[in-house]
Design a protein around this ligand. Structure first.
Ligand code: PLP
Length: 285
């Protein structure tokens, strides 16, 4: 596989980053994941806009322009022959001469950019979407700026491990009694045809897929309510689902061992998945 590191396209085995890079030492960095369908980028402009916001919130500069990012993404997709899969991009605050908590001067320490692809044939036609996923609920123990897409993914990894050990597929995190989001996705329930999802704030990542799905739902005259919901309410919902760049829309059929409805994906989530795939494919670049 060819990867991109700070200006160079290299075989992955030749790619190197300094051990002093603050991404490595302090998880001081941000990332984006963009999916690829039909060899094209899905929701790319949204991902770049969020990347710019994450960087600004952390007073970090991108080493390249958004036009360069598009070119790098396209070059890697082409070189690696990706028809369906993902492009992962990460910008970290670079490698100052010494480890220090204070941010280094960006003129002396340029940020690092790493981009690589992941080949995932069958991403759109994922059999998991027919079956639906099982989630457990766990405490949300992450920091207070989840709206910034940082590479500090230790707690979400622990959450996925808790889910795995419990025989489930993922975990929904709960703060002050209300669901925030999944470990790597936004969370929704459906009751009486109405789609309910937590409103945007610093408590959740502002999902790019979320924004698109809510727009498509409104266009399809589906009712959407952005408000908090509890796990108790979710267990009594007709349906539930998640959204993310790599899963699109994925039905949730079980929460903490309790089946939702008849334990099958239902109507709303599969319909939204279909609309999302169709519309985002048309708009792919
Ligand atoms: N919430 C969290 C915590 C995530 O990590 C992600 C994606 O990785 C999402 C939500 C979904 O965001 P997007 O739709 O932009 O992929």
């Amino acid at each position: 596989r060819t990867v991109y590191v700070n200006g160079d396209y290299l075989p992955e085995t030749d790619a190197k980053i300094s051990i002093f890079d603050r991404g490595f030492l302090m998880a001081d960095g941000v990332y984006e994941v963009t999916s690829v369908l039909d060899g094209k980028l899905i929701d790319f402009d949204g991902h770049v806009a969020r990347l710019e916001r994450s960087l600004a919130e952390l007073e970090m500069a991108s080493p390249v322009t958004s036009e360069d990012l598009l070119e790098i993404h396209r070059a890697l997709v082409a070189r690696n022959g990706i028809e369906e899969g993902m492009v992962y991009l990460q910008i970290t605050r670079g490698a100052p001469a010494d480890r220090d908590f204070v941010f280094p001067d960006p003129d002396e320490t340029p940020s690092s950019l790493v981009v690589f692809t992941q080949n995932k044939p069958g991403l759109a036609d994922n059999p998991a979407a027919k079956k639906g996923m099982r989630v457990i609920s766990i405490d949300d123990m992450r920091w207070g700026r989840r709206d910034i897409k940082t590479v500090q993914l230790l707690y979400p990894s622990m959450g996925k491990m808790m889910a795995k050990k419990a025989g489930a597929d993922d975990a929904w995190m709960v703060q002050d009694g209300f669901v925030t989001e999944g470990t790597s996705n936004n969370a929704y329930i459906v009751k009486g045809g109405k789609i309910i999802t937590r409103a945007r704030s610093n408590d959740i990542l502002h999902g790019i897929t979320r924004a698109a799905v809510l727009r498509f739902a409104a266009e399809a005259q589906m009712e959407v309510e952005e408000r908090n919901f509890t796990i108790a309410e979710a267990r009594e919902a007709d349906e539930a689902f998640i959204t993310s760049a790599s899963t699109f829309v994925m039905p949730v059929v079980e929460i903490d061992g309790v089946k939702l409805g008849d334990g099958t994906p239902g109507r709303v989530a599969p319909r939204l998945r279909e609309i999302y795939l169709e519309e985002s494919r048309k708009a792919a670049i």
